[in-house]
Design a protein around this ligand. Structure first.
Ligand code: FAD
Length: 320
């Protein structure tokens, strides 16, 4: 019996969140005495796929059909279902993401499998297969009982440690049958937003609020973000005012993020903003008001004027 891990990749590399999913699966496999098999779809080099071995996969099934490059959800679900059967799996593990959610939902129906999303810990088998999940944007946890023989677990970003065994996985080509109906909804073009780092997947985010006074000052946020290899975000009023695009708006009504480091500059820390960032591992707040509520949620805080601090911080980071 095996655990199948659906691997996502971008720009020739396996996504970190997918390596976390492999790490989770390998800890689960150890507990249940199973093998970890991963599956990757579309164009990606074999030596990159072998890296799934470092996180604990024994084998990677590579379905290289170029029709899968476009990320058509139904086609991905169909291909993963065939890999699941080939691997003799009873559990599918994947990273929680927009593509992962869509694929998991379809496979849950196809495989008649109980699905738990936002999983943060290994299942507890006392009295059933109970899975701990993060809910309400990380403010609470719930225990979900899966009762079906087949199971799907979507692992929350940054919730499990990345394993590094150092071994390579064997990569095996797999041919699957894809029907016309699998491509019923086609992506006809994709425009990448100006080469920036994607906010939901970023490991570091520098985010600005109304304290930045206007869009003409955003070069200070962008310079720091560039020096740190970070994505840029903002508070809701900033995007509502048209200072920044809406896809950068973080919070309850915007993007929910879970980076290793969230730097909030000139953001007060309203509860609706915090709802989008409280899954961050470390929060640094820069605000001139020592009473700003964000400081209560911060791991590190700098009280001062962003216009003085940001250039100095950027220079200091560039000098490292
Ligand atoms: P402000 O509250 O104006 O705070 C600006 C901060 O900058 C202050 O703390 C100030 O001390 C500081 N500052 C000023 N000058 C400087 C300086 N020179 N240097 C350093 N610091 C300085 N908001 C979101 O962000 N995301 C959401 O998803 C969201 N959803 C919402 C949903 C609902 C239903 C509602 C009612 C509100 C929502 N909001 C959301 C709005 C939220 O309540 C706050 O109004 C908003 O987050 C405040 O944005 P801000 O911190 O940028 O601005």
């Amino acid at each position: 019996m095996s655990i199948l891990v659906y691997i996502e990749h971008a720009e020739g590399a396996i996504k970190k969140t997918s390596l976390e999913a492999v790490s989770y699966a390998s800890a689960l496999a150890e507990k249940e005495g199973k093998e970890v098999v991963a599956v990757a779809l579309g164009a990606i080099e074999e030596n990159e796929l072998a890296k799934a071995g470092t996180a604990g996969a024994q084998k990677v099934l590579h379905i290289a059909d170029e029709k899968l490059n476009a990320g058509v959800i139904q086609a991905h679900a169909s291909a993963v279902a065939q890999a699941y059967e080939k691997a003799g799996a009873d559990t599918l593990v994947l990273a929680k993401s927009s593509l992962g959610d869509a694929v998991a939902a379809r496979l849950s129906v196809k495989l008649k499998a109980g699905l738990a999303s936002n999983v943060v810990a290994l299942p507890d088998e006392d009295g059933g297969y109970k899975v701990k999940r993060s809910i309400y944007t990380g403010k609470a946890f719930t225990s979900t009982l899966i009762t079906t023989p087949h199971k799907i677990l979507a692992v929350k970003k940054n919730a499990v440690p990345l394993k590094e065994y150092g071994g390579a996985a064997t990569v095996e080509a797999l041919d699957v049958t894809l029907e016309e109906g699998d491509f019923a909804a086609k992506i006809t073009s994709t425009d990448k937003a100006t080469g920036e780092i994607s906010l939901p997947e970023a490991d570091i985010i520098v985010s600005g609020g109304r304290g930045m006074k206007g869009p003409e000052n955003w070069n200070l946020i962008e310079d720091l973000a560039k020096a740190m290899g970070a994505a840029t975000g903002c508070s809701k009023p900033v995007s509502d005012s048209g200072w920044r695009p809406h896809h950068e708006h973080v919070g309850q009504t915007g993007v929910k993020v879970a980076p290793s480091l969230y730097v909030a500059v000139g953001i007060s820390g309203a509860i609706q903003h915090l709802a989008g960032v409280n899954a961050s591992k470390n929060i640094v707040v820069i605000n001139k008001d020592p009473e700003a509520p964000f400081f209560k949620a911060a791991d590190y805080g700098i009280v001062g004027d962003a216009f003085e601090i940001l250039p100095k911080l950027t220079e200091a980071i560039k000098a490292i």
